[in-house]
Write a protein that binds this ligand. Structure first.
Ligand code: ATP
Ligand code: MG
Length: 592
């Protein structure tokens, strides 16, 4: 292997240092052997470590290969890969040659993938022969083959080998490792304008058709690196464990760009929280010495069902900060995360943000390390973020102890610049509802002390006889019922009240409970904690809730089912488990 390329590529004070080499080259100059990536493969104990020097080499080879395949500055490459070093190198290789990337979560169907390839007009797709997740092999290349049949723009598919199984290759397919090894380990980074596109990424689709949001070079990187450092209190030498998938914005910002820009060591988690057993996360924390752990409430609620022992079996003394993202974290899950996982000594940072915002906008920290953190609250705006709450008339609610539409009143570096090919949809969605403000689509409450709490999506707000109820508030109470693992609250149209409350509940494992006792208990709890008018009219027990593949509850689908509008379920391309919807439609056990 050639060793002489590092100094050649980026001399200490050379002009090239001005270029966008923030995630790799400058760390290779100072600490080439530092571990950049820990690839936590599906099978526990088989992790692979990649240093900054190795990652730069992979990235350069891939960049050269992409150029040889005709990818040019300004093109958009679709990446359909599970978390793995070559996926990260592919993203960085695109950035290096000035191409944008469009990472599609490798659990999406061929149609969902085809939609995104077509929208991005990619001529190149990068994938793996097969994925491995939860002990199962998934034929990703086959999904790509099906997708590209309906994507005339695609000229080549680069195929990496995750498993040893060969897959059928066509003239269009390029064996990635074989071809990249023919390339040089030097690839000059292209200088880009700060406002040039870095990537596009589709939202989760919780509320409708996913939007292909566009993020740009300088502001995004600055914002992700700052939030990564300050929100999580990340220090040099820490091991950062974000267990999201790289196919979501959380993966882009807090697995790839934020940590790598900070010269950090970042974990790429290929498996699931319950493989081979529900102790997986914590066994990994012990084995890899993870210092900051960043996960989603849906996984915390799932693990909570299995009891404390799965956590306590492992040494978690390396943990310093615990993070949560994706949905409101209910009080019971927050307390468990804090008390059991963090032994009551690690701050839990509930981080509110969106694909649109690029990075974390509201989170308990930064502030002084002793500052108060209230369970289940995102709390404080990050530097430069100016939140505003607006009422239904569009008036700014300036006093504390108020609830309204969460908006942001001035631009910040990490914000998305447009929706790919749909700038009008961008302005209509985010800037027209409240002129002069960026509208997030979420509702929030500002407490007497001035702290922010997300109350759910505004589309999901339930209006009972003129009282507006946030789904998070209702579900938080329902989830505190001892037998309940998780729940979803929706409004349905009611002749007298305008809307009534309908709650779906998933019971904890092995819970035997009389259904009318449970209904009675839930009603009493809601009436005591919120108000009598908030009591559910209907409660339905289900095995699981319809969720997006990123783990968010799709309440809009439940609403359609309850309204008996099952022919109009809307865009289901991001739905995780179609059976969850069939089950809700057919075999429902309505308690009251
Ligand atoms: P779409 O915009 O296509 O409907 P989505 O909103 O689910 O999909 P994302 O950008 O992945 O797509 O998710 C951002 C949303 O997730 C936020 O707007 C908010 O509703 C929710 N969210 C994220 N983090 C938190 C949090 N800490 N607390 C409460 N809600 C959160
Ligand atoms: Mg959204």
């Amino acid at each position: 292997m050639r060793q002489d390329w590092i100094p050649l590529n980026c001399g200490e004070n050379g002009v090239k240092n001005k270029w966008k080499v923030n995630c790799l080259d400058r760390h290779v100059q100072t600490c080439p052997e530092r571990v950049a990536l820990i690839w936590e493969r599906d099978e526990p104990g088989t992790e692979v470590k990649i240093t900054y020097r190795q990652l730069l080499e992979l990235t350069c080879r891939l960049g050269n290969l992409l150029k040889r395949q005709g990818v040019r500055r300004g093109d958009c490459v679709t990446i359909y890969m599970p978390p793995c070093p070559l996926a990260v190198a592919s993203m960085l290789a695109c950035a290096r040659i000035g191409a944008a990337h469009n990472v599609v979560f490798a659990g999406f169907s061929s149609e969902a993938l085809a939609d995104r390839i077509r929208d991005a007009q990619s001529s190149t797709v990068i994938t793996v022969n097969q994925g491995v997740r939860g002990g199962k092999v998934v034929d990703l290349k086959r999904t790509v083959d099906q997708a590209v049949q309906n994507c005339p723009s695609v000229q080549q598919v680069l195929v990496a080998m995750r498993t040893e199984n060969t897959v059928a290759m066509t003239d269009r397919d390029v064996p990635l490792e074989e071809e990249m090894m023919k390339e040089d380990v030097v690839c000059e980074p292209v200088a880009m304008d700060s406002e040039d596109v870095l990537f596009l990424l589709y939202t989760s689709g919780s509320t409708g058709k996913p939007k292909g949001l566009v993020h740009t070079q300088a502001g995004y990187l600055l914002y992700t690196s700052l939030t990564h450092r300050y929100v999580f209190n990340y220090h040099d030498g820490d091991v950062f464990g974000c267990v999201a998938d790289i196919g979501w914005i959380t993966g882009h910002s807090y697995i790839v760009y934020g940590p790598l820009c900070n010269g950090g060591t970042t974990v790429l988690f290929e498996s699931t929280p319950v493989y081979p057993n529900p102790g997986r996360y914590w066994e990994m924390v012990e084995r890899l010495g993870i210092n900051q752990f960043y996960g989603a409430p849906t996984a915390i609620r799932l693990l909570l069902k299995y009891g404390d022992e799965w956590v306590q079996n492992y040494n978690r003394s390396s943990l310093k900060t615990l993070g949560s993202v994706g949905e409101p974290i209910n009080t019971e899950a927050w307390e468990w995360y804090h008390r059991v996982v963090g032994d009551g000594r690690c701050p839990v940072v509930d981080t509110w943000w969106q694909t649109e915002t690029g990075g974390i906008c509201i989170a308990p920290r930064p502030s002084d390390p002793e500052a108060e953190i209230v369970p289940g609250m995102a709390m404080r705006p990050f530097y430069g973020i100016k939140p505003a709450l607006l009422d239904t008339e569009g008036e700014v609610l300036s006093s504390n102890d108020s609830t309204g539409a969460l908006c942001i009143s001035q631009a910040w570096p990490g914000m998305a610049r447009t929706i790919h090919n749909h700038h009008q949809r961008f302005t209509e969605t985010y800037f027209h509802p409240y002129p002069g403000f960026f509208f997030t689509g979420d509702g929030a409450h500002r407490s007497k002390e001035g702290y922010y709490q997300i109350v759910g999506r505004l589309d999901d707000v339930i209006n009972v006889s003129g009282h507006r109820l946030g789904t998070a508030e209702l579900e938080d109470v329902v989830n505190q019922c001892p037998g309940v693992a998780e729940s979803a609250a929706i409004g349905y149209s009611h002749d007298i009240k305008g809307e009534g409350v309908y709650v779906f509940v998933v019971l904890k494992k092995a819970v035997m409970v009389e259904e009318d006792v449970l209904a009675q208990q839930l009603r009493e709890m809601v009436s005591r904690s919120i108000a009598k008018y908030a009591c559910p009219d209907f409660i339905q027990v289900v095995r699981c809730l319809p969720k997006t593949r990123s783990g968010k509850i799709m309440r809009r689908v439940l609403r359609k089912v309850v309204e008996r509008n099952t022919d109009e379920l809307g865009d289901l391309s991001t739905l995780d488990d179609p059976d969850s919807v069939h089950e809700v439609i057919s075999g429902h056990r309505r308690l009251c």
